[in-house]
Ligand binder design. Sequence first.
Ligand SMILES: [Mg+2]
Length: 247
Amino acid sequence: MAADGKIKGILFDMGSTLLEFENHSWDELDGRSISAAFEFLKKSGEKLPEFARFEKSFRQVLAEYWISTDQTLEEKPLVHLLELGLLRAGFERNGLNMEELGRVFYQPIRNQISEYDDALEVLERLQGKKLVLAVVSNSIFPREYHLEDLQTFGLAPFFRTALFSSEVGRRKPHPEIFQRALSALSLRPEEVIFIGDRMREDVLGPQKLGIRAVLKYHPKRDYSLGAKTLAQVSCLRELLPVVEKHI
Ligand SMILES: [Mg+2]
């Protein structure tokens, strides 16, 4: 592996790297999503259990999911989790439009996404250096939702491809999602840099394949799992001088 080779591309994590999805805690956001789903079903005239039971069922399903996927690195589609939540709540989902329910569930999260103020400028500069850019992100939500998010903030046109674990079926740090990105870009591991805010997923995962990793510091993360990185940055703009040294 030529660890000091010239780079031709950059792989970006999405959440807390390009866009901030955590302007509220996930606990709070889960609550908002579950409430939105409940209200939607109520308005549709569905016979529902009490809200407390409904909420508890969904929270349990999500909590169990995070424990299991952390081990298996398998990502299930949102619809699967919603179906489990409904089932646990004892709800009959005859003829329910699950795609619509998925969008209702996602909306409270989408409502509070914000962009990092240097994202657009940095992507423009990187594209100007003829680097190919891609997104490699963990998410239970469908790819199309996140393509819309990237579009909303004007970021979508910069990316040659975008890989989401919900579609690949494997979460970072599983090698498959990185390999899929590399083959979509026709690049070798030593020809790209990965940047993200999580040590296990965005630094150790790519490094296992020989991809150099830049850690984007985020105050909510646990970095006790230390690792040697190509660089540590506190904002996207700080990525530019790092890239400059490797092109
Ligand atoms: Mg992230």
